[in-house]
Each structure stands twice: as structure tokens, then as C-alpha cells.
Design a protein around this ligand. Structure first.
Ligand SMILES: CC(=O)N[C@@H](CC(=O)O)C(=O)O
Ligand SMILES: [Zn+2]
Length: 305
């Protein structure tokens, strides 16, 4: 599965207003010492330079939704949206997606305005390499925590920049406003990446990682803000829910506060764990938060061939 040299890319600026990843990647492009590991080729890369320049999420369309087979196989031309052209270039450099030539690992660095702490995003419950890595990171940063969000879902999964790699990993750290750098958020992203690269080095040196289990939050549903018949938002995230990412939300618990002061309560079946609560970038996606359910995944042993 792994060739001799493990190829790793670190993406910053997939969204041009998420400053931690942009800043770290630019630092590492200047001086890569911190991210060098034995037997590992690590490439720091700014994925959406035009959005970074304008300090905006994207220019034409969301790059982190653009890596569909349809986009990647579209005949290239000047009329394509900027991010679709960029997705094709990224797929050429780091992919092709789904092929043996693709990069082994891509870390994609994001910030959120939600109070999610340092979240690892996993795209497949069957990715034992990533599960082992996440297990390693969780142990390394304890007693601090680092929740794993599993985005595997028949309808809600999206085509990310990192998905061109064999093992895609999203790193989502918040709360941090768009266009702003906060030292605590910046440092926690840096620390998680350090442990991740340490893991890859140990794996590359031939260390065997025994079977383990990893607690994850699996994406369950997306919740929109209450709206009037014209589609205008008529409520806010309820104060009891605001900033309570990863905490249980039970049927009957307050969810939204209408502008007229009344409370909208959660009416689902059973306990869910909301996250991406009040994420600024998701207003345009009609999403106030996502619900997740807790699950324990088992990772088989891994060892480099
Ligand atoms: C706030 C934000 O941009 N979150 C990312 C999550 C991810 O990378 O999977 C996104 O929507 O693309
Ligand atoms: Zn982002």
C-alpha cells in the first residue's frame, strides 16, 4: 500500500479567510524544518491563492465542494469557475484522485467560527491508517481532547480538496473569526500536526500499531435556521446551545430563539451531539448546525509492508 517514501501534503487556504492554516503553511513554505520527518516527503501548499489574496472563502465557488468526478473530468477551458480549474490543477499535482499515483496523506487545515476545539475530520470509517493516526493523536494530546468528526454519509458527504489523497484528513480548529488569527487556535493546530507527522514517521520506521478503538461523532443530519415564507432567517441559535459543540442535545432541549423571543426545541428521536454550531460560512448553505451520533470504530493493526 505504501511506497518507500511516504508523500504528505499540508493544505492551507482551501478557504481564503481561515487564517491559521494559511499562516502555518506560508511559514513552512519559507522554512520547512518543523514539518520534516525521516522518510517522509512533506509539501506545504496554498490551495486557493486568489481567495487568500482577497481574504474571502472562495472566488467563484467553494473549492472544498469542487472535487467531484464531474468537475475533475470536465474539459478544461477558460469559462470554468476559478475553483474548478484550481481543483483540476490540484488533482494533477496531488492525485489523480482514486489512483495509485495519488499522495498518501493530505492534511487540510481549516478554521471554524464554532466552538469545536481541535477537531479531526475523517471521511471513511474503513480508513484504518487514519483511525490509527487519530488514536495516536488523541493519546498524545491528552488531557486535552480532540474529537473526530466522521463525514461518511449517503447524502451529506462532500467532495473535499483533501479527497484526492489516499488518506484524507481535515483539521478544523475553532472558535476563530474569519480573517482573524488567534494564538491559542494557531498553536493547537500546530501541535496536532506535529503529532500527526510524528505518527507517520513512526509508521514509516516500521513500528506496528496494534488494533485499537476510536470514538467518533458520525454526521447524522443538518439543521437549518427557522425561516419565513420568503426564506429570511427568523431566529438565532439559542443561548443554551451556542458554543456547546459536542455536548448532548436531547429531545425538548432549546435549539433556536425566535426574534419574537419564543424558544424552538429539538424534536428529534434520542440524543444527538451538535457541531459546527453557528458557523459563519454555513449561513449560505442553509445550515445552523449539524447533528452527530456517537459511535466507536475499531481499527485493525497496521504495519508498513
Ligand atoms: C467551516 C469550514 O469550512 N468547514 C469545512 C469542513 C471540512 O473541511 O470538511 C468545510 O465546510 O469545507
Ligand atoms: Zn474551511
Amino acid at each position: 500500500q505504501f511506497s518507500c517514501v511516504i508523500r504528505v501534503a499540508i493544505f492551507g487556504g482551501t478557504h481564503g479567510n481561515e487564517m491559521s492554516g494559511i499562516t502555518l503553511v506560508n511559514l513552512w513554505i519559507k522554512n520547512g524544518k518543523e514539518i520534516q520527518r525521516k522518510g517522509v516527503e512533506t509539501k506545504p501548499f496554498i490551495t486557493n491563492p486568489r481567495a487568500v489574496e482577497k481574504c474571502t472563502r472562495y472566488v467563484d465557488t467553494d473549492l472544498n465542494r469542487a472535487f467531484t468526478t464531474e468537475n475533475l473530468s470536465a474539459p478544461s477551458g477558460d469559462d470554468l469557475p476559478y475553483e474548478v480549474k484550481r481543483a483540476q490543477q490540484i488533482n494533477e499535482i496531488f492525485g489523480p484522485k482514486g489512483s495509485p499515483d495519488a499522495y498518501d496523506v493530505i492534511f487540510d487545515l481549516h478554521n471554524t467560527t464554532s466552538n469545536m476545539g481541535c477537531t479531526l475530520i475523517l471521511e471513511s470509517s474503513k480508513d484504518h491508517f487514519n483511525l490509527q493516526m487519530m488514536h495516536y493523536i488523541k493519546k498524545a494530546i491528552a488531557p486535552d481532547s480532540c474529537p473526530v468528526l466522521l463525514t461518511e454519509h449517503p447524502l451529506l458527504k462532500y467532495s473535499t480538496s483533501r479527497s484526492v489523497a489516499k488518506h484524507p484528513i481535515g483539521l478544523e480548529v475553532g472558535p476563530q473569526p474569519q480573517g482573524v488569527l488567534r494564538s491559542n487556535i494557531f498553536e493547537s493546530m500546530r501541535v496536532v500536526l506535529k503529532h500527526a507527522l510524528d505518527f507517520i514517521e513512526l509508521f514509516n520506521e516500521g513500528l506496528e500499531f496494534p488494533p485499537c478503538s476510536v470514538d467518533v461523532f458520525r454526521v447524522w443530519d443538518k439543521m437549518d435556521y427557522p425561516r419565513d415564507t420568503n426564506g429570511n432567517i427568523i431566529a438565532m441559535v439559542h443561548p443554551n446551545l451556542q458554543d456547546c459543540d459536542w455536548e448532548p442535545l436531547n429531545p425538548g432541549d432549546p435549539m433556536f430563539q425566535m426574534f419574537d423571543g419564543t424558544t424552538v426545541r429539538y424534536e428529534g428521536v434520542g440524543t444527538v451531539y451538535p457541531t459546527f454550531i453557528n458557523e459563519a460560512a454555513y449561513y449560505e448553505k442553509q445550515q445552523a448546525f449539524v447533528t452527530t451520533r456517537r459511535e466507536t470504530l475499531v481499527a485493525g493493526a497496521i504495519k508498513k509492508a
